[in-house]
Design a protein around this ligand. Structure first.
Ligand code: HEM
Ligand code: HEM
Length: 163
């Protein structure tokens, strides 16, 4: 008997995996990705005891992780940019803009401290904004608690509309 055509022999997970397993896989990915993001944020804060280079590289790794995170939420970000204060999740819109601004302040003030060894005003700005940022990340998780709970129950869709 002839072998089936190559296209039907390649297992397509979208067709072959049972939906329950696929949803469990998505949930595990969601948990791992967000736990990783949180861990990078906590490490970026804690690493300031490890010297300027290690800490600055950890800070830059966080910049990359957050850029990826915000990109993965681009459906929500686009609708927020379009509707602004008319968005049904107005609190989240305002909160996320302030969170982003705080993070930009931490990152931008980090460079003069790192490269210019500015231990005066810039270090103070960096210090205060970094504390505000880390506290605000926990607020961000609290504001997202329903979304998080739905994702952990495997029924929710992401803010970007992705399952
Ligand atoms: C969200 C990410 C970050 C957090 C939470 C954070 C937090 C902190 C904290 C709490 C300090 C100690 C301030 C003090 O000694 O009073 C510090 C120091 C410092 N940060 Fe950051 N930082 C972050 C990102 C960055 C980035 C992106 C850079 C570089 C581009 C950077 C460069 C530095 C430098 C050079 C110091 C001085 C370290 C030393 O004591 O020699 N940080 N940071
Ligand atoms: C500058 C920092 C950050 C920005 C600008 C940002 C932005 C966003 C945006 C725009 C959304 C979609 C709207 C919403 O639900 O609020 C979102 C969702 C979310 N963010 Fe962040 N975020 C940041 C940091 C973090 C960090 C450090 C974590 C830690 C795990 C995190 C966890 C989450 C979670 C769990 C969701 C819901 C995801 C989903 O339902 O798919 N975010 N974030």
């Amino acid at each position: 008997m002839d072998a089936p055509p190559a296209t039907t022999r390649i297992a397509d997970p979208a067709i072959t995996s049972p939906p329950r397993r696929r949803r469990a896989h998505r949930r595990t990915t969601f948990v791992l990705v967000h736990a990783g993001l949180l861990a990078v944020a906590v490490f970026a804060m804690a690493s300031h005891e490890m010297g300027a280079t290690v800490h600055s590289l950890a800070g830059l790794a966080l910049v990359g992780a957050i850029a990826w995170h915000v990109r993965s939420q681009r459906g929500w970000v686009t609708s927020a940019a379009r509707r602004r204060l008319a968005h049904p999740e107005r609190t989240l819109v305002v909160y996320n803009v302030v969170l982003m601004g705080t993070f930009a302040t931490v990152t931008l003030s980090g460079f003069p401290v790192w490269i210019g060894d500015d231990r005066g005003a810039m270090l103070r700005v960096h210090d205060v904004s970094s504390l505000a940022f880390v506290s605000m990340v926990f607020g961000h998780l609290v504001l997202n608690r329903h979304r998080l709970a739905a994702r952990l129950r495997r029924r929710g869709r992401s803010a970007s509309g992705q399952p």
